[in-house]
Write a protein that binds this ligand. Structure first.
Ligand SMILES: Nc1nc2c(c(=O)[nH]1)N(C=O)[C@@H](CNc1ccc(C(=O)N[C@@H](CCC(=O)O)C(=O)O)cc1)CN2
Ligand SMILES: Nc1nc2c(ncn2[C@@H]2O[C@H](COP(=O)(O)OP(=O)(O)OP(=O)(O)O)[C@@H](O)[C@H]2O)c(=O)[nH]1
Ligand SMILES: [Mg+2]
Length: 462
């Protein structure tokens, strides 16, 4: 058995820590490429373990036989592996020095078996081997980033090919429609037959167009679920925005002082409300001000407000309360703060807040000091997020990239199905272009430009 690395392929074999930050209970180091087998055999003292079985081995250094760790290892011969190549896995004790010593043994010196992997390089190899298409790769990226249950469910479906298989279905319908058009060209000397085939092709393309429109109608929800429901806390200085932010986050993320104009940068926290992702942004209080840093803070606050799905506008119970500017996006809830300062507040029953779109259960006033209304506010935000993100089934279109490609396909189909006399060749050409647009979603067509960006968004080791 060959246990020496071959110089020509060392660069084709990659190694990385695939598990999380060290120290950890266990650290998983993965190798992929032609040297995975020789490297594992050498670490195990010369012999490869049986394929696809976890076995316990003493790992040793080649140069002097010194022990590196005692670990569970796996030999995974290709092509039935995650990357499609020969792979090996080392489930090491998760100490920094253990992992460093094993990676040094594998990836340093002139006789190295492997080189350190780039971010996303294991996944890139799975893509290049045809084991995952681009939409599935993006689903995998989303799965690793998923923070809430609803995000996990959407990402797992996409990583498993939910969008990919729908695209495949749509592309095969396009091929059928093109075949019908070609038939109409073949029979152009039999006008009746040609006409029937052309009309069938147009009907097929029109049916496909409505299927794409249905998927696009849900695209916003899919994209929002990836990004989270965006809430901006806004209002005049000292309204209690940062205090509320800290109460929602259950930690002191933002500085709170009695000074007006404390917050300048936008501060974000990610909340999981009933499985739905919610991003709450604390912003600078709005006022006329001379200070340059504060003016920039106010500019950022307004920009957040414009992009928000929901603005929670806080009115302090004094003369500093302010009318919200008209340019804010999404829903607007107005809530009075510092209820504890209002005389006789303990005696009054809760008041409903005002929300232009009639959201239920929004408290009319809150107090961070006494806790009044905070639970109701969290519940109301959770309900608004659920309403915005929940759907009958998983959204298929989860990224602007997919949406743009499918919109291109719809535009092509519109031209392919135009009424009136249009040469069948021109209709066929539009169908072909619609197919290319859909092909971009799964990476079958023209993706070189996006590959680098997508894979580099992964961590090293994935
Ligand atoms: N230890 C470990 N756990 C892990 C991974 C890993 O690489 N290592 N994965 C890393 O992403 C995920 C699982 N992904 C995988 C995808 C395909 C194959 C694979 O070998 N597929 C073969 C055989 C299938 C079978 O036996 O059923 C194939 O599809 O032909 C393995 C892992 C999550 N858990
Ligand atoms: N009594 C009382 N005081 C509060 C309450 N919430 C906030 N405050 C006080 O109001 C002051 C301003 O609070 P912040 O949370 O910093 O206000 P802000 O809206 O973030 O202010 P800027 O960042 O300057 O725009 C601080 O002294 C807080 O302790 C409350 O519910 N009751
Ligand atoms: Mg503040």
């Amino acid at each position: 058995m060959q246990t020496l690395p071959s110089d020509t392929v060392a660069g084709d074999t990659i190694v990385a820590l695939s598990s999380g930050a060290l120290p950890a209970a266990v650290a998983v180091v993965r190798l992929s490429g032609p040297n995975a087998g020789p490297a594992l055999a050498a670490l195990c003292g010369g012999r490869l373990p049986p394929p696809r079985r976890a076995v316990l081995r003493r790992l040793v250094r080649r140069s002097d036989g010194a022990p590196l760790d005692r670990a569970l290892v796996l030999w995974l011969p290709g092509p039935g592996t995650a990357t499609g190549e020969d792979m090996a896995e080392l489930h090491l004790h998760g100490g920094r020095a253990v992992v460093a010593a094993v990676i040094a043994e594998l990836a340093s010196g002139p006789a190295a078996f492997a080189r350190p992997a780039e971010p996303g390089e294991f996944t890139r190899r799975a893509f290049l081997a045809g084991r995952m298409d681009l939409a599935a790769v993006e689903g995998l990226a989303d799965l690793l980033a998923a923070e809430t249950e609803a995000q996990r469910v959407q990402a797992l479906a996409q990583a498993g090919g939910a969008l990919s298989s729908r695209i495949a279905d749509w592309r095969s319908r396009l091929i059928e429609a093109r075949a019908l058009l070609e038939a109409s060209l073949d029979f152009s000397d039999e006008a009746d037959v040609a006409e029937v085939a052309e009309q069938q092709a147009i009907a097929e393309a029109a049916g496909l167009r409505s299927a794409l429109a249905v998927a696009l109608a849900d695209a916003g929800r899919g994209e929002r679920l990836r990004d989270g429901f965006q809430v901006a806390l806004m209002g005049p200085p000292n309204a209690g925005k940062s205090s509320l932010m800290n109460a929602l986050a259950s930690r002191e993320v933002a500085i709170v002082t009695a000074e007006a104009g404390t917050t300048r940068d936008v501060i974000e926290v990610h909340l999981d409300l009933g499985g739905y992702p919610v991003t709450v942004a604390d912003t600078a209080g709005l006022r006329e001000t001379a200070g340059e840093a504060e003016r920039e803070g106010i500019r950022r606050a307004l920009s957040r407000g414009r992009d928000a799905d929901l603005v929670v506008w806080l009115d302090p119970p004094d003369e500093t309360a302010l009318e919200p500017p008209g340019e804010l996006g999404g829903s607007l809830w107005r809530i009075r703060t510092k209820a504890d300062l209002e005389p006789g507040h303990e005696l009054r029953s809760p008041v409903e807040g005002s929300s232009a779109d009639g959201a239920a259960g929004v408290p009319g006033r809150i107090s961070v000091s006494s806790g009044e209304g905070i639970g109701d506010l969290v519940a109301a935000i959770g309900a608004a997020a659920a309403q915005s993100l929940k759907g009958g089934e998983d959204a298929l279109v989860t990224r602007a990239r997919h949406r743009a490609a499918i919109e291109d396909a719809v535009a092509c189909l519109d031209r392919a199905t135009m009424a009136g006399f249009i040469a069948p060749e021109l209709r066929a050409e539009e169908l072909r272009r619609a197919g290319d647009a859909l092909g971009r979603v799964v990476g079958a067509v023209g993706v070189e430009a996006v590959l680098g960006r997508i894979f580099s968004s992964f961590c090293i080791g994935k």
